[in-house]
Design a binder for this molecule. Sequence first.
Ligand SMILES: Cc1cc2nc3c(=O)[nH]c(=O)nc-3n(C[C@H](O)[C@H](O)[C@H](O)COP(=O)(O)O)c2cc1C
Length: 213
Amino acid sequence: MDYLKQLNWRYATKRMNKKTVPQNKIDNILEAIRLSPSSMGLQPYTVVVIEDEAVRAKMLPAIYNQPQIVEGSHVLVFAVWDGITPEQVQTFIKQIAMEREIPEKSLDGFKNMILGFISQKEKDDLINWNAKQAYIALGTGMVAAALEEVDATPMEGFDPQALDQLLKLKEKGLKSVAILALGYRDSDEDKLAQLKKVRRPKEEFFLKIDSVN
Ligand SMILES: Cc1cc2nc3c(=O)[nH]c(=O)nc-3n(C[C@H](O)[C@H](O)[C@H](O)COP(=O)(O)O)c2cc1C
């Protein structure tokens, strides 16, 4: 597969044609997202998957009526943990010990490092840090979708409080930070579909440093 061709093909789709993305493609995109790296490996976010048409219709006002929400077939909401608790760190450590079949005690140094890190941060800083990790997964999801020839729209244009209330995310200790709508482009309706991709020139975008004093 020519992945650069696919990355040129992808664009933030504004109008979709209501065709459903097959489950195997959704599963692959979700798995790519799950495989995303995160700092210390904590994955401090949950990806909420919404396929139900009625639920997506109810989400529309909170997402400022962006039509991809209902014209696509799936919506992924990247929702970060509302902070990080020592219990969540403990669960993470337990999982590593179990999956790698090593004593939990051998991870004490690592655990204390994470606990030290979180204890130095305010809750809002932790939420921001969690969001940075979630955005890496958002990027992975966009690339995976392009490789699956599925259209996708990353979205920050929504009212997180309204969306969290509708999806009852606060009760789950989560806060929405970004959305990925998945579906297929409607090339007739979407004026952006044929437009040339615009990116900053390579000479300006990349800064090559060959020596330092
Ligand atoms: C984090 C993020 C948030 C975005 N939010 C929206 C959005 O709410 N609605 C939308 O139509 N496009 C949104 N976009 C799409 C960008 O406008 C688009 O990616 C950018 O203009 C580059 O164009 P391209 O992705 O089509 O190549 C968002 C993109 C990113 C990465």
